[in-house]
Ligand binder design. Sequence first.
Ligand code: NAD
Length: 290
Amino acid sequence: MKIGFIGLGNMGGPMAANLVKAGHAVTGFDLSAPMPEGVTGVTSAAQAAAGAEVIITMLPNGTILRAVAEEVIPAMAPGAVLCDCSPGEGQRARAVAEQAAAAGLGALDAPVSGGVGGAAAGTLTFMVGGDDAAFATVKPLFDIMGQKAVHCGAAGAGQAAKICNNMILGATMIATCEAFALADKLGLDRARMFDVVSTSSGYSWSMNAYCPAPGVGPQSPADNGYKPGFAADLMLKDLRLSQQAAEAADADTPMGALAAALYAQFVEQEDGRGMDFSAMLPRFEKRGRG
Ligand code: NAD
């Protein structure tokens, strides 16, 4: 397939590289990131989109995505599909889908879970919103870049799934970190704590796959000085999206609201900016109840 790829950073770079390895022709555009081997670099988003059957975007935020979509949609070939893998608001996804449909194009919102490791290994999970035809076109590419693609519903449904997933992730990471800090103060060895919880009812992805305690459990950012990984500021961005969505839908989400407030404090008033989101553990370690 002829693919245009826009945004080849930590996530997009390895995703595009996997498409090349599988034999697809990928044309890429990024403002600064180097092109992965085999990707043909061009000097504008419109050039990357021209003649492509699928255009994939993996960009830092919604404002940038909207600007790129404005540029790319007029340059796309009839019937092509714009597949946005960046996380964002459902409302944005629906607006882009409407704009694409008016131009005779397909559109999908397809945010991912699995992080940089999943992008490199081709084991991401895609949560996809959009119509059946567009999903069918891009499905073979999801199967290369990921281990699972769930068609969640109409435009915006992928973003809804992502927001709900990350609200759970933010809250469970905080719960896991505060429990480790409590265990420390109760004199419990961290390796024993991990052994128990990872095989008991307190287990979660935060504990089992991404343990916030260094030297305990599988290799994670905690073992690398809490260098991201998944940055605390990106978690804060996602938690704020979940709270905006909850407000718009009149959903009661007290744990999500508290997680958003704690990550805001960590990133904006403490030393969390630039740290992995699991660096909540050293934060709790230093604190008492006061
Ligand atoms: P990144 O900053 O490494 O990559 C984004 C890339 O977009 C950069 O290379 C940047 O130069 C490029 N870019 C910015 N504006 C552009 C423009 N107008 N045209 C072309 N390129 C442009 O970020 P990342 O870690 O790859 O994450 C991308 C998105 O995926 C973020 O929204 C993030 O929240 C999300 N995400 C990240 C992870 C993770 O673990 N890192 C996991 C899931 C989702």
